[in-house]
Design a protein around this ligand. Structure first.
Ligand code: NDP
Length: 303
């Protein structure tokens, strides 16, 4: 804690460093699989030409290859029908060389996202979006963990931040970040055992609740929404938000900021993740973990 009158300067929690550590461990697991004749394979299905999705899909493929995994990218045109997409998912479900796969979201408007997710074989569900995997996570028997919240949890664990008995406030309740994040932090065990509160757009006096957080995890998609007065002195702050805002001083006229007012909050928090460089690199890292785990499970089944 800061001595009275002394400014607290937060320790930075950097996803790049944490992910490098995890990649080191993954390389060993991949080498072990290969020594038993298994090359972990991850497929990504991309429908249409959403520019952000193209970038994510390319990055996922590059990371797979740099780890020595098999990477398959399936590009389908914008006008792909639901039946065509489901048929492709069926093929991937049956392909023994593909251990995990995902369908990049968002899908074009005419496609039914829920039906698509439900048609992925749960044991190959690298994003951990299938309801049976969400349920397994909730009851504490996960096959996989959803990538972004799992990345946040690893950042906490590997930065030596105690979570047991701490009050974790999660801001945001989406199915991909807020809800699974809350579910994971309230589980029994390492990097969890927390007392969890979830707040969202209908919460009354949100700041009164965020100020109670020992660990504040923010995922709302609102640039610099969390200001210093909303944070308790000495809290740990993890910013999942990624928002592009105008910045005429930059060559491309914009820059990325988080959901937290980093400059102000860093003087109050004991540890904080910046944007960019914080949670960002963890999502792909945890996706790779899921793909390797899928390959390990398939191999164990085969034996
Ligand atoms: P969603 O838009 O799906 O959900 C946003 C959530 O924030 C909702 O639950 C919403 O509440 C809540 N919310 C919105 N405005 C407010 C407000 N003013 N006060 C309180 N709660 C509010 O977003 P995601 O969860 O998918 O993503 C959140 C952010 O995280 C985005 O910036 C996204 O880009 C980023 N992200 C980053 C990733 C990474 O790899 N670093 C990965 C995934 C997301 P309600 O439910 O009531 O509408």
């Amino acid at each position: 804690m800061a001595i009275k009158g002394e400014k607290m300067v937060a320790r930075l929690i950097l996803g790049k460093e944490v992910s490098e550590e995890i990649y080191g461990e993954l390389r060993q697991r991949i080498a072990a699989l290969k020594s038993r004749g298994v090359v972990p394979g991850l497929a990504v299905v991309l429908v249409g030409s959403d520019p952000a999705s193209q970038v994510y899909v390319r990055k996922k493929g590059e990371m797979c290859e740099s780890l020595g995994m098999r990477s398959v990218t399936i590009r389908m045109p914008e006008e792909t029908t639901q039946a065509e997409l489901l048929s492709k998912i069926g093929e991937l479900n049956r392909d023994p060389s593909i251990h995990g796969f995902l369908v990049q979201l968002p899908l074009p408007k005419h496609l039914d996202e829920k039906e698509v997710i439900n048609s992925i074989a749960p044991e190959k569900d690298a994003d951990c979006f299938h309801p049976s995997n969400v349920g397994r996570m909730l009851i504490g028997e996960p096959l996989f963990l959803p990538a972004t919240p799992a990345g946040v949890q690893q950042m906490l664990i590997r930065s030596g931040i105690e979570t047991a008995g701490k009050h974790v406030v999660v801001v945001g309740r989406s199915n991909i970040v807020g809800k699974p994040m809350a579910a994971m932090m309230m589980q029994k065990g390492s990097g969890a055992d927390s007392t969890v509160t979830v707040v969202h757009s209908r919460t009354k006096d949100l700041a009164a609740i965020t100020r109670q957080a020992d660990i504040l995890i923010v995922a709302i998609g609102k640039p610099r929404f969390i200001t210093a007065d909303m944070v308790k002195e000495g809290a740990v702050v993890i910013d999942v938000g990624t928002n592009r805002i105008d910045d005429p001083s930059r060559p491309n006229g914009s820059r990325l900021v988080g959901d937290v007012d980093f400059e102000a909050v860093k003087d109050k928090a004991s540890a904080i993740s910046p944007v960019p460089g914080g949670v960002g690199p963890m999502t792909i890292c945890m996706l790779m973990c899921n793909a390797v785990r899928a390959a390990e499970m398939a191999e164990a089944d085969r034996r």
